[in-house]
Write a protein that binds this ligand. Structure first.
Ligand SMILES: Cc1cc2nc3c(=O)[nH]c(=O)nc-3n(C[C@H](O)[C@H](O)[C@H](O)COP(=O)(O)O)c2cc1C
Length: 193
């Protein structure tokens, strides 16, 4: 699969097969994050793999899924993620400003996951306080975001849009993800509007 094919194939997945993800796959994803570009090459991000039954359920309860279509976009019983990778910022390495570094690192995870046959959802609407509590995360770490993972059990599709960017499910339950058209986001030289 080419890089472009991978980029277009990757969609946020919120419906997963209930198959265990081999630990080697999860390690390879974190290794892909490890070599992402990082400001000042500081590499202040750390990664927690969560794949143990009770913790999976606890993490699941902290997530707000698919805000535009709640609750239709929530994974149901038998569709939940089978692993998570929690992204932490280590404040002993740098105090703040983890967003751009996390963007680069997490995108590596999301794209590498496609090659591994996995689906992902990058999640920001999570209850960080609760997660810190039940995972016993020391204060020196900022809880950045979470990546949900599993073997995908849905195939969302991209649709071009001029206006509404809200994703929706059609009458067959297929998730449609509007993306603004290239002509609406690309400018050349000083022809900007
Ligand atoms: C920083 C960030 C935070 C996100 N947080 C959530 C979230 O909390 N819950 C959720 O269901 N999806 C979340 N998403 C997924 C977006 O809804 C999704 O990327 C968007 O709808 C476009 O779909 P696509 O990823 O298939 O292109 C998040 C995405 C990003 C980049």
């Amino acid at each position: 699969m080419s890089v472009y094919e991978t980029i277009y194939k990757r969609r946020t997945i919120r419906k997963f097969k209930q198959e265990v993800i081999p630990m080697e796959k999860l390690k390879r994803l974190v290794d892909a994050a490890r070599v992402a570009p990082q400001g000042g090459n500081m590499q202040a991000l750390k990664y927690v793999v969560i794949n143990e039954g009770k913790l999976l359920e606890q993490v699941f309860k902290t997530i707000t899924w698919a805000g535009y279509i709640r609750p239709a976009g929530d994974p149901k019983e038998g569709e939940k993620p089978t692993a998570y990778i929690l992204i932490l910022g280590d404040t002993e390495i740098k105090k703040e400003g983890f967003d751009i570094d996390a963007g680069a690192a997490v995108q590596n995870i999301l794209l590498a996951a496609v090659e591994e046959g996995l689906g992902t959802a990058w999640l920001g609407a999570i209850d960080r306080l609760k997660i810190r509590g039940f995972l016993n995360i020391p204060d020196k770490f900022v809880l950045h975001t979470l990546v949900a993972l599993g073997f995908p059990d849905e195939v969302p599709v991209i649709v071009d849009t001029d206006k509404c960017i809200k994703y929706y499910k059609d009458d067959k339950g297929v998730l449609h993800v509007p993306k603004r058209k290239l002509e609406n986001i690309l400018f050349f030289n000083n022809h900007i509007n």
